[in-house]
Design a protein. Structure first.
Length: 184
């Protein structure tokens, strides 16, 4: 575990209590491994203390070592891909990609406060997620104070539809279409 942390540029753990503050887990690991340098990577990653949650911290879904490794790898892949760095221009892309470049840029005023999931849903399921629906802009969020303004003072304008989304039934007129939809 400590070798992996050193490879990532992180500080080595000095003892088991620094790795996991739960006395039961740290003492069990001490009995099994003897010294913190003998701790195996898989066990170390799975049992390391989780990152504390802070406002605005989106990646606190696990231990610091694992998050650092995953994000570091993702950033290295993006920085090393010439299509996202040096060739991300109109001259370096085909016409189909050039038309989609504005859609790749983040827009904090897109109705979903810069979110991207609602754009995908509205583009591919327009009958189920209309463009002016607050439930379409925040598809995985259920408001407890429906009909009221939120805690930040954001007020929904007249173009925002606050009606719950309803899935439209798909009806088939003949047996052939029903069989095709079932994969028969």
């Amino acid at each position: 575990m400590n070798e992996f942390r050193e490879f990532l540029g992180l500080k080595r753990f000095a003892d088991f209590e620094e790795w996991n503050t739960d006395p039961e887990i740290s003492s069990a690991a001490r009995r099994l491994y003897g010294h913190i340098d003998n701790l195996e990577l898989y066990t170390g990653l799975q049992c390391e203390d989780n990152m504390p949650l802070y406002p605005g911290l989106r990646f606190a879904s696990g231990c610091y070592t694992m998050v650092r490794a995953v994000l570091g790898d993702a950033i290295a892949l993006v920085r090393g891909d010439r299509f996202y760095t040096t060739d991300f221009t109109r001259a370096g892309q085909s016409d189909n990609i050039v038309m989609g470049i504005p859609g790749l840029r983040s827009n904090p005023h897109n109705g979903g406060f810069g979110g991207e999931l609602h754009k995908l849903l509205m583009r591919h399921l327009p009958r189920h997620y209309p463009c002016n629906s607050v439930y379409g802009c925040f598809p995985l969020h259920a408001s407890k104070n429906e009909g009221k303004s939120d805690s930040t003072g954001y007020r929904y304008t007249a173009v925002t539809d606050r009606e719950r989304l309803k899935a439209e039934a798909c009806t088939f007129r003949n047996r052939k279409k029903v069989s095709k939809s079932r994969g028969e």
